[in-house]
Design a protein around this ligand. Structure first.
Ligand code: 21W
Length: 249
């Protein structure tokens, strides 16, 4: 899968592409990451990419012709890629969207704005999707595009070192992951749960399911409202309720 980012800060993206599992995925030729400098598509003498807003007001607006030229260039070189405008007004990104991109897209082209915004006409005809990463305001779309590339790329088979399934990732099935421990057995008065040392794999599986459910209940109860508890989960909760009752009796 190919990730292409249109930006005024290509070095920011390039440093992202050259670290960690993303760079490993690029070395392995499973993904590619490329930044395109929007400024290269400016046609005037000073390579200007912004101008004052019609109607007045503070801040500058990205000129439509420059950004449009960059988008058309990227689209022409990469037919069939989905073009995503990074914008605080977009639909909110989540794990489900990442899974969709990883499964279905040949490549993604991200359009990142800076300044106070972009002339509305730059993308009217050229954008497939408008995406936000959450309800807070940043200074540009680059970091947001990294979030999307990072979470999408790790779902592509081979990008993560292990062949471990991501089906158990938090959010993939609306549950947080179970608590994890490594040596030492006791750390600052805190002991590793005895079951994990037992070698009983069935018991360990059950303990992890319970841990996952408890953590979701305590930290992100909103996730439990997204789907009904299944039969096994109901058994675990009933058991937990019993345990709590013995505490107060
Ligand atoms: C910040 C762009 C503010 C536009 C009057 C009318 C991309 C982002 C961004 C930014 C404005 C994302 C205006 C979550 C984000 C991003 C920069 C406001 C100016 N004035 N997801 N219009 N949060 N942010 N527009 O900030 O580019 S995805």
């Amino acid at each position: 899968m190919d990730f292409i980012v249109l930006t005024l800060f290509p070095e920011l993206m390039d440093s992202f592409f050259s670290h960690g599992m993303i760079s490993r995925g690029i070395e392995k030729k499973i993904i590619t990451g490329k930044s395109i400098n929007i400024r290269d598509f400016s046609t005037n003498r000073h390579n200007t990419v912004d101008d004052r807003p019609y109607g007045g007001g503070s801040g500058m607006v990205m000129k439509p012709e420059v950004l449009q030229a960059a988008i058309l260039h990227a689209k022409k070189k990469n037919p069939g890629f989905k073009v995503i405008l990074m914008s605080p007004q977009g639909r909110k990104f989540n794990q489900e969207k990442a899974l969709g991109y990883a499964a279905q897209c040949k490549g993604l082209i991200f359009v990142c704005g800076r300044y106070e915004g972009i002339d509305e006409r730059a993308f009217t005809h050229h954008i497939d999707e408008e995406i936000s990463i959450g309800d807070y305001v940043m200074t540009g779309g680059e970091v947001a595009s990294m979030v999307i590339i990072d979470s999408t790329a790790r779902l592509i088979p081979g990008v993560l070192g292990s062949s471990k399934s991501y089906k158990s990732d938090s959010f993939t099935n609306d549950r947080l992951e179970y608590a994890q421990y490594t040596r030492p057995e006791e750390f600052e008065d805190l002991k590793v749960p005895q079951i994990l040392l037992s070698g009983n794999h069935e018991k360990i599986r059950q303990w992890r399911k319970k841990s996952s459910l408890q953590r979701t209940f305590l930290k992100r109860p909103d996730l439990l409202e997204k789907r009904d508890l299944d039969a096994k989960e109901k058994i675990i909760i009933r058991q937990w309720v019993k345990e709590l009752k013995t505490l107060i009796e």
